[in-house]
Design a protein around this ligand. Structure first.
Ligand code: BEZ
Length: 255
């Protein structure tokens, strides 16, 4: 099945996308439904410490904080194995291995199935995506990590009593070497992510951390950066050289 078929499938079923796909994947029994304790869910903000957990992955058991170590880490989730959009996403992230390596970034995926299923699915991802997935994929069949990181949509939570366990959406968490969450992205199950945007944000965050600058809309490496309001023009000139002042509060420079 190709991703193009999915919207047609949703229309044919006359249902919202989530309802269509959620009907296809077996539900976990009630005792495995961590989302019933929503009040215990940590509040994750930019700057929060990424919650720790232990989990089985396709590369062995991990303690997440030990896994992060002192590296930039991207944790990204998928609704289910053997699903078309997810298959394209994992292939794309895998093919970008050199780009992530260059930036000192490690990836870890998550999908809401068990290890046996992941191992079989990876064979398909490698075949379809002409790649070899090397990063670990968390087996989150009981949605424990999905609960911890609030990787669900409201519709699933609202229907939890009638329909059972909440499904995982497409979340991305960029976590820095200090284990702080620096970016979150949440995409619906029906929309594949943009791998170039994930790399672009990493470039922006790492540039900002190193140089003390911010980056404008659609910025790419090599473009002019912005002098933040906390830095005077005189200090910016000392540090970077020429400063182009468009407005007193909007000043560009080159790095
Ligand atoms: C997907 O294409 O990735 C997908 C399809 C149905 C349910 C969940 C995900």
């Amino acid at each position: 099945m190709t991703p193009r078929i999915i919207p047609q499938m949703f229309r044919a079923l006359g249902a919202a996308p989530r309802a269509a796909w959620s009907a296809q994947v077996p539900r976990a029994p009630a005792f495995l439904r961590p989302f019933s304790a929503q009040s215990e869910q940590p509040r994750l903000r930019l700057g929060s410490t990424a919650p720790n957990f232990t989990a089985l992955t396709t590369k062995g058991e991990i303690d997440f904080h030990k896994f992060i170590g002192d590296k930039w880490t991207i944790l990204f989730s998928h609704p289910a194995d053997f699903t078309p959009v997810c298959t394209t996403e994992l292939g794309a992230f895998s093919r970008l291995k050199n780009e992530f390596d260059k930036r000192g970034v490690q990836l870890i995926g998550l999908s809401a199935n068990d290890l046996g299923s992941h191992d079989e699915w990876i064979k398909d991802i490698n075949e379809v995506g002409s790649t070899k997935v090397q990063f670990p994929i968390i087996a989150d069949a009981d949605r424990k990590v999905a609960f911890l990181y609030d990787m669900v949509d409201q519709q699933d939570l609202d229907n939890i009593d009638k329909k059972g366990i909440a499904f995982t959406i497409r979340s991305v968490f960029i976590i820095d070497p200090n284990k702080k969450i620096r970016l979150t992205m949440m995409y619906p199950a029906s929309t594949g992510r943009n791998s170039a945007e994930v790399l672009r944000v990493i470039d922006s965050l790492q540039t900002g951390d190193k140089k003390g600058v911010t980056t404008p809309i659609d910025w790419q490496v090599g473009d002019d950066v912005i002098v933040p309001p906390s830095v005077s023009t005189a200090d910016a000139q000392k540090k970077f050289g020429e400063v182009r002042e468009v407005k007193p509060y909007l000043r560009y420079t080159k790095i």
